[in-house]
Design a protein around this ligand. Structure first.
Ligand code: ADP
Ligand code: ADP
Length: 228
């Protein structure tokens, strides 16, 4: 049951053939099953964020095709949400309102919105912090809030771009364990971008290793260990 079908995707920044052109992706082919947790592993500059951005619909591929359930991905949508390294929370909104944001966009009534947000805030262990603003919280708490916000629209696919890269080692381990639990409980398909091999292997069903210049898939490794 293939959910995301990445077919021979290329991405060039700048104009092909010009000196300043950067080949960020060169013929990436990858099939991701529904419910699968994929780690996209590779050194800085190998095209991980670019590939994630194309799957998200933030930017277009220069060549090739990406299908979600058989249909081309052409723009961002609530069925794919992203968690960023820098949290990207709305600084002028409380945790509660950050989490409700994507539900408001869907036109959901206030009471229902508030209830779903409260449940998700509990899932990420932030109960009691609903009325805090991002600047009042630690990095780990901000990322918990960002994860709750990303889960709120009940996406099919959760895209995570080095989500724990800015956290200290102890907080990172806690959040790794939580994202393993949450993604498997919720049955989400996850693409997790990282340059940390331990984290990649710990979390994923399959590790996709990329190499740079130009960005290509070098190897795919099935992780045989049971996940927590
Ligand atoms: P990371 O390795 O964490 O993905 P990068 O330094 O590659 O971070 O990129 C950070 C941001 O800068 C991204 O939004 C990326 O698209 C942009 N970026 C990276 N390289 C360039 C570049 N050569 N020119 C313009 N923007 C770039
Ligand atoms: P990674 O996420 O693996 O660090 P990126 O996808 O950020 O890799 O970048 C892949 C390559 O594309 C790098 O050489 C980077 O400098 C370049 N790049 C990324 N974004 C841009 C951009 N907006 N403009 C120009 N070059 C970019």
């Amino acid at each position: 049951d293939i959910q995301i079908d990445i077919r021979n995707v290329g991405k060039v920044y700048g104009t092909k053939g010009q000196d300043n052109a950067v080949i960020a992706l060169d013929g990436v082919t990858l099939k991701i099953r529904r419910g699968e947790f994929i780690s996209l592993l590779g050194p800085s500059g190998c095209g991980k964020s670019t590939l994630l951005g194309i799957v998200a619909g933030f930017q277009a591929a220069s060549s090739g095709q990406i299908l979600q359930d058989g249909r081309p991905i052409t723009r961002p949508g609530p069925s794919r949400t992203v968690v960023f390294q820098d949290y990207a929370l709305f600084g002028w909104m409380t945790v509660q309102h950050n989490v409700e944001f994507g539900l408001k966009a869907k036109g959901m009534p206030k009471a229902e919105r508030a209830e779903i947000a409260r449940a998700l805030i509990a899932t990420v262990h932030l109960t009691g912090f609903e009325d805090k603003y991002p600047h009042e919280m630690s990095g780990g708490m901000k990322q918990r809030a960002a994860i709750a916000r990303a889960l709120a629209p009940d996406p099919d696919i959760l895209l995570m771009d080095e989500p724990f890269g800015a956290l200290d080692a102890q907080t990172r381990v806690l959040l790794q364990e939580e994202i393993a639990r949450i993604s498997s409980d919720a049955g989400k398909t996850v693409i997790f971008v990282t340059h940390g091999i331990d984290e990649a292997v710990f979390l994923a069903d399959r590790v996709v290793v990329m190499s740079p210049r130009p960005g290509r898939v070098r190897e795919e490794v099935l992780v045989p260990l049971p996940r927590p």
